[in-house]
Design a protein around this ligand. Sequence first.
Ligand code: NG6
Ligand code: CA
Length: 507
Amino acid sequence: MRRASSLTVVVAVTLLSLLLAKGGEAAERPNIIIIYGDDIGFGDFSCYGGVGVDTANIDSLAKSGVRFLSAYCSAATCTPSRYSLLTGEYAFRNQSAQILPGNAPLIIDPSRPTIATFLRDNGYSTALVGKWHLGLGSAEEPLDWNAQIEPGPKEVGFDYSFNMAATADRVPSVYIENGRIVNLDPNDPVQVNYEEMVGNEPTGISHPELLKVQADEQHSGTIVNGVSRIGFMTGGKKARFTDENMADDYLGKAIEFVDQKREQPFFLYYAPNENHVPRVVHRRFQGSTSLGPRGDALALFDWCIGRLVESLKANGQYDNTLIIISSDNGPVQFDGYWEGAIENQGEHKAAGPWRGGKYSRWEGGTRMPLIVSWPGNVTPGISDALVSQVDIYASVAALIGQPMLEGAGADGENLLPALLGKSQQGRDFVIQEALTQIAVRKGNWKYIPPGNITERGGIGEWIRTTVDEPGLLFHLSEDPGETKDLAADYPQQVAEFQAIIHRVAPE
Ligand code: NG6
Ligand code: CA
């Protein structure tokens, strides 16, 4: 038998890899990046009508990708939404999936496979960079912050992690890399307490003169970097983060991770702090928008996305990377710190046309910006398909053509064709949650069962609305502001919603 010449071999191998890259294996195993903003509302990006802040990098991905108008996060606060995104299960099924203190134990049972576990088991290299807020350590014993911090991201599927424990406004104000506090001096151990003071460091109450930004009582615990936080910590002086550098720190780690993954498909869950409080951004961005620190943080978020995309392009990874951009809950202006967000918002409508924002069962609480980009593989456009972040896991499983792992959350639907802009067909209805109470959107209708609705009002103010029997019913396309309750006029419609709730979310 004649041996193939080396030229023939080279040609064959090249053809084969081209084939794989085009329609075969490589195309079904794109890199996947979920960029998860914090407290960013439906109307915050310029492509969604935001004014006073230019999100050119996000807008450009939206233009070549799909921009969704009826996309939802699972809840109007962080922890439950992140829980649903990773598990594919509605958060109201897990009683612990509520805003967590910084020293809460991990609320995802490590025996339950997340989207990260799933992708890791299917050959992906997986990473978390940024905000976690799903708890660390086990519920059985108090966490020692100075040892290996586990279980945590690794035990629920992330090969690599560089994260803060909870939020930037909660202690401990340190980064954790692969379960270890970064720059921890063993002679200066970290202690964290949410009930009482630990150590003798200044707090927002004892030393207000040390503060860069004034805070409410809740945010007046230990002062780190001139910002008082929720909770108390002591020790770990060298390990504490600097808010002004946080976006750059996370971006640096995200870029480092993707740079290393040129041969293996990767999944990056990139969760920057922006636009959560405290909004203490880098000097480069201070005053860069007309909206004050809240707008500056949005501009910074957009800039980070631009740099990440640039780096994917430089590495030749961009065309084979599915990028999903969204947020964990609706917007809030004042959330504990006097940053001027209300005073400076001008014409900008952070929740777009929707009522309410973070914490609330009004649309603004959970109706999110969502952009899906994957050059050559999405049909660019604007989509009104009803999709929820709880569907991302099942859709990604469909994308790579593998069944979800046993024990995965069962609330998600495979909406891959909709997410790729190939179909306008979304889910039939979606459950929205806010502070453990729910609402349902189906078609043009939205139903809010009896209970109450909580939202932030002005500075330091909360608004609570009581919802009586039989609940509130709104027609969203005719009444996006949820002002005209039609429950009394459409009892049949209300009954249909109640049946959905009875079936999907029984008490
Ligand atoms: C709330 C905090 C708020 C913010 C939120 C969590 C008070 C009064 N408010 O409890 O400032 O930290 O929790 O935000 O403490 S989230 O986006 O992580 O859900
Ligand atoms: Ca949030």
